[in-house]
Write a protein of this length. Structure first.
Length: 638
């Protein structure tokens, strides 16, 4: 067994990120986020909601007397932390971090039951009731995060203790669930284990893991509905209607029969990730077709301009096509992370800008907005408009916070961000057939396995601050695919200083090899531009958002004064980009606009208010809420 095959980041065998836009971010995960999150997991964050995660494991291991506290999925916070730590160790050694992770692994192993079961919620409450409520209690979701962490940690360190724990857990699950006689035909209430089983299959070659993943995907939504039978055995009425009915957990019909992506956004996207993984490994074209159909429904009709998904706080869910309200948006950070994960899987099937453009949009906007610039505070919800007074007083908007908390009781998002940002190499570069594909322009040194050989790629850029990307291509007989983003209307390409013509196909310009230290320069033109809401969307019709490159920009009260809804951007106003070291994100878009003043005190005057000139300043959306409470707005009247 060799769980290291494929490298830490898929076809990227190794990587380092030493500068550019993401270099400080990736270093910040190691130096700030992981230490701070470790403190949170140990309940040592002043003012933060208690986690009790480590304490639950200590109690399950018999090291202290305590009942379970926190959510039923609390264990997964530690597993995601470990996965992020593993990716950091892939990027470079850190004896202190590795020692901390080794201690966590030893605690997890000590907590595992003799038969392989591992879930502190049931171990500390009533283990006799395990596997009786798959709909609600997240046992399979938690086990999936254990498996992901185990594979990543073995690939990073070669240590197999956590991989052994994960396999014992997987074998126990296989003994309980599946299509065979005497087993429960249950499926996860919260998808996640499907994609994790595929990773475990890749690592070990054990076919039973892939078979169980495929069973979970194909059994979901079939009749008789497992969750109806299960809830009846628990004496609970469950008719499948309402916010938390069948669509909430995507079991209203089999996946391949679904036409729109429904329900809880994170669950829906994790399900598509698992389905894509199964399809890629089994060659199931019909299943992959369903994944792509549902992805397009979300990306083309249900995704915010920021790459956020999930428009309602009720069920943290998708609602209907073109329903994208700004000030009541949910757009959970985890949902955008899941969207990035799905796009990367679709790129394994077909290298296409359709997937990479969405991946980039979600990463640079909705994902990065989920954390403060100092990487110590986090958003669960990512709105596109926020009025602090409304958040306090309007019950419909209480989920929309004007500042980021230090920690949450439900803390799925911070460690999810940590593992995504630590594994950017996997999303930036991949190999397919005889070509290296560069999807995201993340500065770094990469070693990529392509066509049976390992080749070196060095990428230097300040993207997205500017559009110049320089690559040094190591020796080898391979081609290079360079993504030309859909927003880019013109670009130039040079090979060893000579201009070359390489019209994009499916969003990528292809340069034929072989290469041997070849220097390639791609220059993407990225002027400020306007993005319009589709007129089918009632909430923001007639408004405009500003973008530059992959970044969405927003207005903040600190720069533009209160009552941002009064501001207007004339259609013919010039928009200028500025480096702005004094503003969050260090970038700004400036324009001459208007402010509509109230027409007196009458609630319904018979004439509009007067308009006065106003200087408008937009900062990157990901950088909002870093200067205390203030209003924010992405969409502005034109």
């Amino acid at each position: 067994m060799d769980a290291r095959r494929g490298g830490c980041f898929g076809e990227v065998v190794s990587a380092t990120h030493d500068g550019g836009f993401f270099g400080p971010v990736v270093r910040g995960v190691r130096g700030v986020m992981l230490p701070a999150q470790w403190e949170a997991l140990n309940d040592r964050v002043p003012g933060g909601a208690p986690s009790r995660c480590i304490r639950n494991f200590r109690a399950a291991a018999g090291l202290e007397q305590a009942g379970h506290e926190g959510f039923c999925f609390q264990d997964s916070d530690l597993y995601k932390w470990l996965e992020a730590a593993a990716y950091q160790l892939c990027l470079g050694p850190d004896p202190g971090l590795e020692a901390l992770a080794d201690g966590a692994v030893a605690l997890i192993a000590q907590a595992q039951a003799e038969d392989g079961y591992l879930d502190t919620y049931y171990q500390l409450n009533d283990i006799g009731k395990r596997w009786t409520n798959l709909k609600d209690d997240h046992e399979l979701y938690v086990a999936g995060h254990l498996m992901e962490a185990a594979v990543a940690y073995y690939q990073a360190t070669g240590k197999d203790a956590l991989l052994d724990v994960a396999q014992r857990c997987a074998r126990h699950i296989i003994s309980v669930l599946g299509p065979e006689e005497g087993k429960k035909r249950g499926v996860p209430g919260h998808p996640e284990i499907e994609l994790a089983l595929c990773r475990l299959y890749d690592a070990t070659g054990r076919e039973e893991y892939l078979r169980l993943a495929a069973f979970f995907i194909h059994e979901r939504g079939r009749s008789p509905n497992w969750f109806v039978l299960e809830q009846a055995r628990l004496g609970r009425a469950y008719d499948g209607g309402g916010t938390y009915g069948f669509t909430y957990a995507q079991h209203h019909r089999p996946l391949q029969e679904q036409e729109t992506l429904e329900g809880h956004a994170v669950r829906a996207l994790y399900l598509l990730c698992g389905a894509a993984d199964v399809a890629l490994r089994t060659g199931d074209a019909a299943l992959m077709g369903a994944v792509k159909r549902l992805f397009r429904n979300a990306a083309q009709r249900r995704m915010y301009v920021t790459g956020g998904v999930g428009s309602s706080h009720l069920g943290e869910a998708f609602t209907l096509d073109y329903d994208l309200p700004s000030d009541t948006a949910y757009a959970e950070t985890c949902a955008s992370v899941a969207l990035v994960m799905l796009c990367r899987r679709l790129l394994e099937d077909a290298v296409s800008g359709e997937y990479a453009d969405v991946m980039e949009r979600a990463l640079y906007n909705a994902c990065l907005a989920g954390m403060s610039l100092d990487m110590t505070r986090f958003f669960y919800v990512n709105p596109l408009a926020c009025d602090p007074a409304a958040s306090r007083l309007d019950g419909r908007k209480k989920h929309v916070l004007p500042t980021r908390p230090a920690w949450f009781g439900c803390a799925c998002c911070p460690p999810n961000l940590a593992r995504l940002l630590s594994s950017l190499a996997r999303y930036a570069v991949s190999a397919k057939d005889d070509a290296v594909a560069v999807h995201l322009y993340v500065q770094g040194e990469y070693a990529v396995r392509v066509g049976g050989a390992e080749v070196a790629l060095t990428l230097r850029t300040e993207y997205p601050r500017d559009g110049a990307v320089r690559l040094a291509l190591g020796r080898g007989a391979y081609d290079v695919l360079l993504r030309v983003p859909g927003w880019c209307k013109s670009y130039t390409l040079e090979r060893d200083g000579q201009a070359v013509q390489a019209p994009p196909r499916d969003g990528y310009a292809r340069l034929a090899g072989p290469f041997d230290g070849t220097e390639v320069t791609l220059r993407l033109d990225m002027p400020p531009r306007r993005a319009y809401m589709n007129a089918r969307a009632a909430e923001e019709a007639g408004r405009v958002a500003l973008m530059r490159g992959p970044l969405v920009f927003c207005l903040e009260e600190r720069d533009n004064g209160p009552a941002l809804h009064q501001l207007i951007l004339p259609r013919d106003a010039a928009i200028a980009y500025e480096d702005a070291p004094g503003l969050p994100g260090g970038m700004a878009l400036k324009a001459k606009g208007l402010r509509e003043r109230p027409a007196g005190e009458a609630l319904y005057p018979d004439a509009p208010g007067e308009r006065a000139e106003a200087d408008l300043a937009f900062i990157p959306y990901y950088a909002w809420a870093n200067r205390g409470e203030n209003e924010m707005r992405v969409w502005v009247r034109e």
